[in-house]
Write a protein that binds this ligand. Structure first.
Ligand SMILES: Nc1ncnc2c1ncn2[C@@H]1O[C@H](COP(=O)(O)OP(=O)(O)OP(=O)(O)O)[C@@H](O)[C@H]1O
Length: 242
């Protein structure tokens, strides 16, 4: 198996003096989707923000074998850590094309081609202001902004939150295609989406890792999903209503 793209070891982080991430260790394989799971408020977003250096942190973070934990956020991003934040923060007053252009770090024809291929709807709407798009379309813009650059890994935080089921499917399908080009660390509450996308899961509780393993193994165990995530995963339910 190839070396992991991201290694996190003994990561701890504080927000306003409160310990929100405690001694967290996990790896993101160089291929596919790794899901970071857990109940509300357990520290998933904080873990991602700590990896990015957006909050005060301690511990080791390696990207493709090189330590990045002492770097400022802009350098971490330049090294190829793409971020799709929760709540799809697009520039509402700018057009779709302007949103994408602002995100570009260099000229990358491959990234632009991938975005065109994955989001034909956005190509048609490139002159439309991002603020007038639906929630799902805004999420596509947010993902496209990360994909337009050549990244080593993407950190994607709750991309389907608040979206209608049909749109959830579109976003999940787009992420599945994106994951063929770049490995993804995904925070996701929708277990059908986790089942569709993730090979591996890392589960947090009170800022600590309490479970790591194959996604299917966790999702096929109703007791474990209830205990660790507070919700039932219905085996095979992803093939149901769409
Ligand atoms: N800006 C902040 N100020 C103070 N406390 C915060 C702040 N952001 C997060 N926290 C606290 O840090 C802890 C972890 O929050 P975090 O958002 O990382 O969890 P999460 O697992 O991503 O939750 P959710 O699923 O609800 O998004 C929570 O107890 C939260 O209240």
């Amino acid at each position: 198996m190839s070396a992991p793209v991201l290694v996190v070891e003994g990561l701890s982080a504080r927000i306003a003096g409160q310990q929100v991430v405690e001694d967290v260790s996990f790896e993101v394989p160089a291929r596919g989707v790794t899901a970071l799971l857990g109940r509300n408020g357990v520290g998933k977003t904080s873990t991602i923000r700590a990896v990015l250096g957006l909050i005060e942190r301690r511990g080791l973070v390696e990207l493709a074998g090189e330590r990045i934990d002492a770097l400022p956020t802009h350098r971490i991003v330049q090294r190829g850590v793409g971020y799709v934040p929760e709540d799809r923060e697009v520039f509402g007053g700018l057009t779709v094309a302007e949103n994408l252009r602002l995100a570009e770090r260099g000229s990358d024809a491959t990234g632009r081609e991938l975005v065109r291929e994955l989001f034909p709807d956005l190509v048609e709407r490139q002159a439309q202001s991002a603020g007038s798009l639906s929630g799902g379309q805004q999420q596509m813009v947010s993902i496209a902004r990360a994909l337009i650059n050549r990244n080593a890994v993407l950190l994607v935080d709750e991309p389907t939150k608040g979206l209608a089921p049909l749109i959830v499917k579109d976003v999940a399908d787009a992420l599945a295609r994106a994951a063929e080009a770049v490995p993804i660390l995904l925070v996701e509450q929708n277990l059908q989406v986790v089942r569709q996308l993730a090979e591996t899961v890392v589960v947090l509780e009170s800022g600590r890792v309490v479970h790591r393993g194959p996604a299917a193994e966790l999702l096929d165990d109703p007791d474990a999903t209830t205990r660790l995530l507070g919700v039932h995963a219905e085996p095979g339910a992803e093939e149901g209503e769409r």
